[in-house]
Design a protein around this ligand. Structure first.
Ligand code: NAD
Length: 498
């Protein structure tokens, strides 16, 4: 077996055949207008392929085949145990195609190949598998009626689900929607981000190969304002699930109100506090994890620990250790298995990150590491993980989601002040708390307004943990059985027996 080094992946990339067409009704198709867009890799700017640029006409076509598939019962009326079997095959195919999916993900959005292989592909398969395994173990309810009546409370598939997903974890985000939507019997129209459409198309092909019937799972690549908006306004989409920015999420609620009042569930932005108290059980570990929490996936993580709240008494020494650990996160070629921090998704996002680095310095914060756009590979999009100390919570870099590896260190002196700063944000996605005091851990975890709270770790949880936000970070939850609620309607059936 050849060594799986940079050269191995570069050669594999050259040999890769990339599909850019839409998947509608079981067929790979061009957009009806014939329009395409160029899909470039942020690794070096190379053209990967041309991708179908779907618009309103394609939305109509995809929604109508999804509706026909749903109404035919070819998937929606299968016994759950049969849907389970087919979805397990789908999960196995994802695992079996790990190298290809990982390579596509890395080429398309710039994350390190090591992460695509070890995290993104297995997590996608795991999510599909978990939802499949759950679906024949969920029961309805029998109401405590009088003997003359039978009251049944059941959950039914909602119908046609449109799923609009972002580019930072293209496959995982898609699987968080697909898993519960398909398991509960819905038909799905998936719109991947125009910045990372490739793995979604491949997932659609694998689902078909696994035996998910034609028309049940459709993939329509294209731009947000075009196909995205068309799906949001569509009169025959029953449910719209979204992961992306808070700004777009707000538009989707308006679209629902202006069209058919489709259910809208959004997972949106974050500006999560990672709070380190002086009594943390292991300050060295806390510093190492604080670096990871902002540098992993190039900081393009909705739950990134982008505000590091540090207790005054330890702040100087702690920030020095965070800067030390940041050295391990210098950007490298994403196709090199040794790389921990890859390329930023595109030039637009790179410029956005750079503008926040400028704003940090202009706003009076102290730059303690990073801040440079190194030329790792010619034509690629790279930025060093950057740390700003002495940030105050009213500064731009502390208030706005950057979605890049830029850390704002904010100092505090009391527990009450830490809670006040942590909650002083329009977001409420996640928070980290580092303390050895059990009482404090519970007090702060309760007081922080966030959907996920991690104590003495960052980014804990598995498929059993519901994931989503308070406030303007969203509504509803992905993952866990709670996610199934978004994809079903509740029905009460009352039967008179006498
Ligand atoms: P984005 O909102 O720009 O785009 C997300 C998706 O929406 C893309 O597919 C895009 O094409 C589509 N879109 C854009 N405009 C649209 C419109 N007017 N109508 C319909 N669809 C439209 O977000 P992004 O830049 O792709 O992703 C980054 C954002 O995603 C960040 O804010 C991040 O926090 C968030 N995110 C949240 C979670 C979570 O679970 N809460 C997870 C990952 C990313």
């Amino acid at each position: 077996m050849s060594v799986r080094d940079l050269n191995f992946w570069q050669e594999k990339a050259k040999a890769l055949t990339i599909e850019g067409r839409a998947l509608i009704g079981g067929d790979m198709v061009d957009s009806l207008s014939g329009a395409t867009f160029d899909c470039h890799s942020p690794i070096d700017g190379r053209l990967l392929t041309q991708v179908a640029s779907c618009d309103t006409a394609d939305a109509d076509r995809a929604v109508s085949v999804a509706r026909a598939a749903f109404d035919s019962g070819v998937w929606s009326q299968l016994p759950p145990v049969v849907r389970k079997k087919i979805m397990l095959k789908f999960a196995n195919l994802i695992d079996a195609n790990r190298d290809e999916l990982a390579l596509l993900e890395t080429l398309d959005m710039g994350k390190p190949i090591g992460d695509s292989l070890a995290v993104d592909v297995p997590a996608t398969a795991r999510c599909i598998r978990w939802c499949a395994e759950a679906v024949d173990k969920v029961f309805g309810e029998v109401a405590p009626t009088s003997p003359n009546e039978l009251g049944l409370v059941t959950q039914e598939a909602i119908g046609v689900v449109a799923a609009i997903v972002p580019w930072n974890f293209p496959m995982i985000m898609a699987s968080w929607k697909l898993g519960p939507a398909l398991a509960t019997g819905n038909s799905v129209v998936l719109k991947p981000s125009e910045k990372s459409p490739l793995t979604a198309i491949r997932l659609g092909q694998l689902a078909l190969e696994a035996g998910i019937p034609a028309g049940v799972f459709n993939v329509v690549p294209g731009f947000g304002q075009s196909i995205g908006h068309a799906l949001a306004m569509h009169m025959d989409v029953d449910c719209l699930v979204f992961t992306g920015s808070t700004g777009v999420a707000k538009q989707l609620f308006i679209c629902s109100g202006q069209s058919n009042m489709k259910r809208v569930w959004v997972e949106a932005g974050g500006k999560s506090p990672n709070i380190v108290f002086a009594d943390a059980p292991d300050l060295e570990e806390a510093a190492e994890v604080a670096a990871l929490a902002i540098a992993y996936n190039q900081g393009e993580v909705c739950t990134a620990g982008s505000r590091l709240l540090v207790e005054d008494s330890i702040a100087d020494a702690f920030v020095a250790r965070v800067n030390h650990y940041m050295k391990a996160w210098q950007p490298g070629n994403p196709l090199d298995p040794n790389t921990k921090c890859g390329a930023i998704v595109d030039n637009l996002q790179l410029d956005r990150v750079a503008s926040y680095i400028e704003a940090g310095s202009d706003g009076g914060a102290t730059l303690t590491s990073g801040g440079i756009k190194p030329s790792v590979v010619d034509g690629g999009c790279y930025v060093q993980p950057t740390v700003f100390d002495h940030v105050t919570n009213d500064m731009k870099i502390a208030k706005e989601e950057i979605f890049g590896p830029v850390l704002a260190v904010i100092r505090f002196s009391t527990e009450a002040e830490a809670i006040q700063i942590a909650n002083d944000t329009e977001y409420g996605l996640a928070a980290g708390i580092w303390t050895r005091d059990l009482g404090r851990a519970h007090r702060v975890a309760k007081a922080v307004r966030a959907g996920s709270v991690w104590v003495n770790q960052y980014d804990g949880g598995d498929m059993t943990a519901p994931f989503g936000g308070f406030k303007q970070s969203g509504n509803g939850r992905d993952k866990s059985l709670h996610a199934f609620d978004k994809y079903t309607e509740t029905k009460a059936t009352w039967i008179k027996l006498s």
